[in-house]
Structures are given as C-alpha cells and as structure tokens.
Design a protein around this ligand. Structure first.
Ligand code: GLC
Ligand code: GLC
Length: 653
C-alpha cells in the first residue's frame, strides 16, 4: 500500500516533470528515461526530507523546483564515463563493503607537491593496494591560515599551488582506471570569509547576508553560547566573531575565518547541492562530509546533531541518487558514539544518509587499550556499539589529520568500573608524556581550563613510543613500539569496514616539529602530525633491517592477506571472550567455514589463552595463524601470545 510520501511523491513528480523536461531534452532518450525513473523513485525521499526542512515556507514549491532544476542541469552535464559507473554501482550497491577495499589519506602538497605529481604516485598506491584515496582539502582557500584548507573560498577552483580543476578531473579518471576511488572533503558547514558569498554579505548585499548568521549585537550570540561547545578554545575561543568593519557578529563554530552557513535558507541548500553535484561530475566518488554535526542551529541546544542536520544529508543523498548514484557519503561526526551512528540514518532510512563513517570510538579504544594494556573497555563498548546497518560500513583508522579526543561513552566506562572524567585525565597525561612510565610523545591540543578537557596531537609512531625508544636507544623499547604500531593496524585491517591508512604511517614516520617555525600554523599543533613526506626516508622501505622496511612490508603483507580473505568483507564481527584481560579477540563472519579469528595481545608481556577459546568458535583442527604461519602448537592446550603479538587464525587445508 502506498504511504503518504509515495502518494505525494507521485503527484509532485507528475507536476514537475513537464517543467524539468526541456533541461535534459538534448540527452539520448535512454539517459532521459533513466533520469525520470530515478527521480520518480526518489521523489518520496526528496519530499520526506525537504518538506520538514522548508515545507512551512509559502514559496516551498518554487524552491523545490529550482533545486530539482539544478539536479537536472548536472545530470545533463554528467560525463558518460561516470554515467556508466552510476549504472554499475546501482547494480552492486555493496561494492564498498568488499575485503578488497583499502583506504588511505594524504595531503596533496605534503605528499607529492601537486596534483600532477600525485598522479605519479599511483604505482606507490598500488604497491600498498589502495582502492580509496582521500585527498585533504585542495580548493582555493585563504593564503595564510586556512585550517588546512577547511576554509573553502571557491568549491570550483583548485588551489593554484596544487593545479587546476582540469588536473583534478584527469586525476580522478586516472585513479578510476587504476581501481582507486577519489575521496574529497565536502566542507559544507562553513565557507571561508573570502568566499564570494561571504564577501557580498560583508559588503551588505541582503540576499547574501541570509547565507550566514549575522547579529547586530551580543544578545543572541550570548544566548546561544550558553549551550555551545568551544571547538578551538585556545586558538579561536567562542563561537562568534566580531567584524569591526560592519559592526556585526557572525557565527563561526571553528576559526574566525570559517563562517557557518545558514541552512534554514533553502537557497543555501540549493547552492551547496550545486557545488557538490559539480564535484561529483569532476569524478569524486566519495564525499567526506565535514563537520556534519554542526549544520543546524537551535537556540537552547548545543547546536550539534539536530534532527535537521540529518535531514539535510538525507536530502542531499536522495538527489545524488538521481544525478550521480555512484557517489557515497562518508560522515565525519566526532561526537558521542550514540550520535556518531545516527549519521548512517535510522530505521528505514538506514543507508540513506551516510553509507560510511569514521569510527572515532574504535580509534580511541585502541589508544586506550595501548595505554592501559587492558581490553575491558574496548570489549564492552564494541559489543554494545560496533554493529551497524548491513548496508553501511565503518571506516576504521588509528589516527588521521585531526586531534585525538577521548570520545568513548562515560556510561560504557562506568559499566567496567572506570570514571570517564578521571580516565580522560589519565589518557591526556599518558599521551602527552606526563604520566610516569609512558612511552607516548603527544602534544596537548586545545586545553580548555573551563572543562578540564583537551585532545591529543601526534603521529601514530610517536604515540606508540617509537620516538622515545629511539631517543633512549633501548632495543627492547624500539621493538615494543614497532609491535604496538603494527598491532593497532592489524585490528583496523581486519575488524570490519574499510581500513583507512594515514599515509606516512606505513613507514612509521614520527612527529614533525617544523610547524613551529611557520607563523601561519604554529598555533595549531595538529600540524605536528601532518608531515611532508620525506621520500628518501620512505625509500628505506626497500632496505631490509630498517624500521621503515619492517613496518612497510608488514602492513603491505596484512593488506594483501586481507584481500585474500572473503570473511573480512562486510561488518559481521563477534567478540571473543579470551578469559585474559590483556588479549582482545574477535571472529569475523562467524557463520562461514573460512571465518577468521583475530587475537591481539595488548601487553608487553607474553600471555596465553586456552585452546577452548578457539574450539568454542569452531576453530579446532587444521587451523593456522596466517600472520605467523606454523606458530601455533596444535598439540598444546594453550595458544601463546608473545608481547604485542597479533594472530589471524583460520582453517587451512
Ligand atoms: C573538521 C576537519 C578539521 C577542521 C574542522 C573544520 O572536522 O577534520 O580538520 O578543523 O572540520 O572544518
Ligand atoms: C571537534 C569536531 C570535529 C573537528 C575537530 C577538529 O572534535 O567535532 O568535527 O574535526 O573538533 O579538531
């Protein structure tokens, strides 16, 4: 039986079709048919999302029409090659859940210089087996400080230092030919203050004033700030910025030069939709939706994770399904775990919002387990929260370009007897080197004296202790640090979802303190973990006996192994009670014969678990550890785990 939205959708579709017809009338009949089919199918979703957002307006239908006219325009211009991909992906919607998927992320300039030279790195990506590459923001942005490009001045112009839009188009094509999906940020919560919309707004053009949030005095900012979280309390306190020239305040959640867009204005929705569709037509296959939590404001709340923030993404997605259904959305929500998972969409909307999402909780739990050597919090939290809708996937990572904030749930911690606040204080002390006996060399990021909160900067290799160990010159510590680094990578590569490698971690690059000398970025210590790739150092990956070689070849081997194990596809993961507080364990695809059990010892001491643990999971005979073949004594009662050892155990013939 048709529901309300289906009936409304059908009516609206019929009403709009004649008006949209002439936009795509030049396309081959087959393409036109496809457009109408998709639009008809998506119309209920389009209405179900846009009506609650803008339906109260007297001119709603006018806006709906211009939004869909924009969709038709970009469909008209969508390159044939991408239309083919659309059809392929429509027939294979779970493509991104494959065990073949392997993600990586890098800065174009810091990794390769510019877009042209990045194309030259394709053999390197292939050496690692990368199939998904996230390029950090690369559009025009303010010269001095642009928050690493997260302040976009023009979504249609590449930063001239990196190349042109033509180069990006060419690169996307080359990537696709080589089995790599291009992932780009869609920074849609804010623009830079140098974006032409911002400049026009500043110059007093009324229509553009409505693109942002302006206030004549502090009344409203004060009212809002009662409940707002400060994101950068050190470098950009508060959430509003005073503009002296026009004597007004503007909403800036992040830095002073990042102006929040006002999505209660449907024109902003349409403009940003157009920017996104434009980039989809350049060949972007996955949009990393930046700062998804902040896009909708509501007085009296913290203005994060509002219901409308979800509707906005769902509306973008429904329209994307008409114009460029090959495209996926990835959520960047660094918020409470309950809120993170909501960006997949809930109930019958699961998979209709973001299909993939950073998994900040796993990242945090890995660092927690390394510091405490205990896996209890990780076990509890993952048992409760790892499962997600079947048609979605986590993106699992050990670190990325941002700070590490201790985003586990306090209520989970309490369940295993941990006080969340105190534990964060401990983790902060541990990872900034202030805890006795720590191995970590991280930096405190944005300490907020009002809340006692801070986050951590630092390269993975420095956080796992390599920097300290090399300085002390103690072989055992160096060994432990390398093993910790590999251990956490072994988890993200196997636990379910898309693993995301932060490039330079494959050769265990350590903190880069040179940012301190650059006045534009010296105040933001996240740059300590955004190094320029040193290709001479990287070349040591080919020289046996070096740390670079050991780490690179081991990560590379695990990626290869991953791709040979169909049980590692998808999300299905069952935690294993190892009866040992230091050993983490899970089984992937437990119902398959070729299931894989992963065991990881988070301590620098050897431990063992009883064979029964394996037997209970159906792994009793003809088994082997694929990481260290032949290392399990099949006759013994127990499986020994060396310090920081990890095993991937499966049946063998
Ligand atoms: C993000 C980015 C971060 C940036 C912020 C503002 O979440 O990852 O680097 O500072 O958004 O755009
Ligand atoms: C906060 C935000 C996140 C952003 C980060 C930047 O955690 O939630 O979106 O990336 O700050 O430091």
């Amino acid at each position: 039986m048709a529901n309300y939205w289906q009936i409304e959708g059908q009516k609206t579709f019929e009403r709009l079709q004649p008006r949209l017809e002439n936009i795509i009338s030049d396309l081959p009949q087959e393409d036109q048919t496809k457009f109408w089919e998709r639009l008809e199918r998506q119309m209920p979703d389009i209405l179900q999302t846009l009506v609650p957002l803008y339906g109260e307006r007297y001119d709603f239908f006018y806006h709906l029409e211009t939004i869909l006219a924009a969709a038709a325009e970009y469909y008209l211009r969508r390159p044939a090659e991408l239309k083919v991909l659309d059809v392929e992906r429509e027939a294979n919607t779970s493509w991104f859940q494959s065990e073949q998927m392997m993600g990586a992320v890098c800065y174009v300039d810091r990794f390769a210089g510019d877009l042209k030279h990045l194309a030259g790195k394709i053999p390197y990506f292939q050496e690692l087996g990368i199939t998904y590459l996230h390029l950090m923001p690369l559009f025009l942005s303010p010269e001095d400080n642009s928050d690493g490009g997260y302040a976009v001045s023009d979504y249609r112009q590449v930063d001239p230092a990196l190349g042109t839009m033509g180069d990006l188009r060419e690169l996307a094509h080359l990537f696709r030919e080589n089995g790599i999906s291009l992932v780009i940020d869609f920074v849609f919560n804010h623009t830079s203050d140098e974006h032409q919309w911002a400049e026009k707004a500043r110059a007093g053009e009324d229509a553009y004033r409505e693109y942002y949030f302006f206030f004549r005095d502090r009344t409203m900012p004060d009212a809002y700030e009662q409940n707002l979280r400060e994101i950068f309390p050190e470098q950009a306190p508060g959430s509003f910025t005073y503009l002296k020239d026009i004597d007004m305040w503007v909403w800036t959640t992040f830095n002073t030069f990042q102006w929040d867009l006002n999505y209660s204005n449907p024109v902003v929705f349409r403009e940003m939709l157009s920017e996104m569709l434009f980039l989809a037509n350049v060949g972007v296959e996955i949009f990393r939706l930046d700062a998804v939590a902040f896009t909708w404001k509501r007085l009296g709340t913290n203005c994060e994770n509002q219901p409308e923030a979800h509707l906005l993404i769902q509306a973008f997605f429904a329209i994307m399904q008409v114009v460029a259904p090959a495209v996926l959305f990835k959520s960047e929500a660094i918020v409470h775990p309950d809120d993170v998972v909501r960006y997949f969409g809930r109930g019958d909307r699961a998979g209709k919002e973001c299909q993939i999402s950073y998994n900040p909780m796993l990242m945090v739990l890995l660092w927690d387990a390394l510091a405490t050597r205990k896996v209890n919090l990780m076990n509890y939290a993952l048992a409760k929260r790892f499962a997600i809708p079947d048609n979605c996937a986590w993106v699992n990572y050990v670190r990325v370009h941002d700070d590490i904030g201790w985003g586990f749930a306090d209520e989970d911690a309490a369940m295993v007897g941990i006080n969340g606040f105190d534990h964060r204080q401990f983790l902060n002390a541990f990872y900034t080197g202030r805890f006795e006996g720590t191995f970590a060399r991280g930096l405190p990021f944005n300490y907020n004296p009002k809340t006692g909160d801070m986050r951590i900067s630092g390269m993975a290799a420095s956080l796992v202790g390599l920097e300290q160990a090399l300085e002390l010159g103690i072989a055992e510590y160096i060994e432990h640090a390398i093993r910790r680094h590999l251990l956490i990578h072994s988890i993200i590569l196997s636990i379910g979802g898309i693993p995301l490698l932060y490039l330079n971690d494959e050769v265990a690059t350590m903190n880069d303190y040179s940012y301190e000398d650059d006045p534009n970025i010296a105040q933001d210590n996240r740059w300590v973990h955004r190094p320029y790739t040193d290709w001479e150092n990287n070349a040591l990956r080919d020289i046996p006996g070096t740390i670079q070689h050991r780490v690179f070849s081991e990560i590379q081997r695990m990626i290869e192994l991953r791709k040979s194990l169909p049980a590692l596809a998808g999300n299905e993961m069952k935690l294993v009670n190892t009866h040992n507080g230091n050993i983490f364990g899970f089984v992937r695809s437990p119902d398959r014969v070729d299931k894989v059990m992963v065991l990881a010892n988070f301590s620098e001491h050897p431990h063992f678990i009883l064979k029964e643990v394996l037997i209970a999971s159906g792994l009793s005979h003809k088994i082997d550890d694929l990481i260290t073949p032949g290392s399990i004594d099949l006759k013994s009662e127990a499986v020994v785990m060396e310090p920081y050892q990890y095993r991937w155990i499966t049946k063998v013939d």
